[in-house]
Design a protein around this ligand. Sequence first.
Ligand code: SF4
Length: 283
Amino acid sequence: MKVIKPENPQGFCFGVKRALEIVEVASKKGDVQILGWLVHNPSVVEDLKSRGISTVESVSDATSDNLVITAHGAPKGILGILSDKKIIDATCPFVVKFQKQVERLGEQGYKVVILGDKNHPEIKSVSSYTKDPIIVSSAVEASLVACYDKIALVCQTTQNIETLKDVSTSLIEKTNQLLIENTICPSTRTRQKNASELAKKVSLMVVVGGKNSANTKRLVEISQKQNTKTIWIECSDDLDELLLKEISVYVSSSQIKSIGLISGASTPIDSVERVFEKLSNYG
Ligand code: SF4
């Protein structure tokens, strides 16, 4: 099967690469644990675990003296709670910038509205940088927001720009002053643009990434929005004979006989390559 990948970017994004490097360096100096999933990809978390670098779900579960804050950041107050630990901060610089933006906007008197998933660690982290922010996940939820004199709209670094536009439209009638700060990170913007362009050129898209990865989910949505059949897998093992046959039959019967292959920011490059090989060599 003919498989097309965007030239760049594939594999880990800048923030994930950086977080993994920080953990590697720290683990050579002694025992470390990670507060939450370092990367929303099961194979990466398993690989770390096999090398003695475990993940703890909460501060109270931490037994190591060295605790890593993931690329998604941590709630503001957590450093005080962890005063007996050595904190190794792997928060992505784009998330740090986002935290500071939210803090500044709150200080400037804006009601801060954050577009994102309230259960995602990044949103739990940034929302702690201002008092009582409102978190919405869609334009419908934004339409239920009360009226405020000044509203500032920001969004999760992995959000879709189209959703940000829809939410801003819902909010405009809620306030005298709507300030929008586009906090989607550069890596996400490029990946989403690639996904949208590639989905127009192929009959079927395969998206590789963890099922709990927010940025991978956005890529799936963007591809589907182009009315392109889209299959979301976590790794090459998900491509069993049945699924490969389904893909092959679908592509053969379509006008455009090629498959697009993209991946989330937390997907290792060798995992993408294995999927590429399996698809290319089928049949
Ligand atoms: Fe940083 Fe963007 Fe990667 Fe998140 S997706 S870790 S904000 S570079």
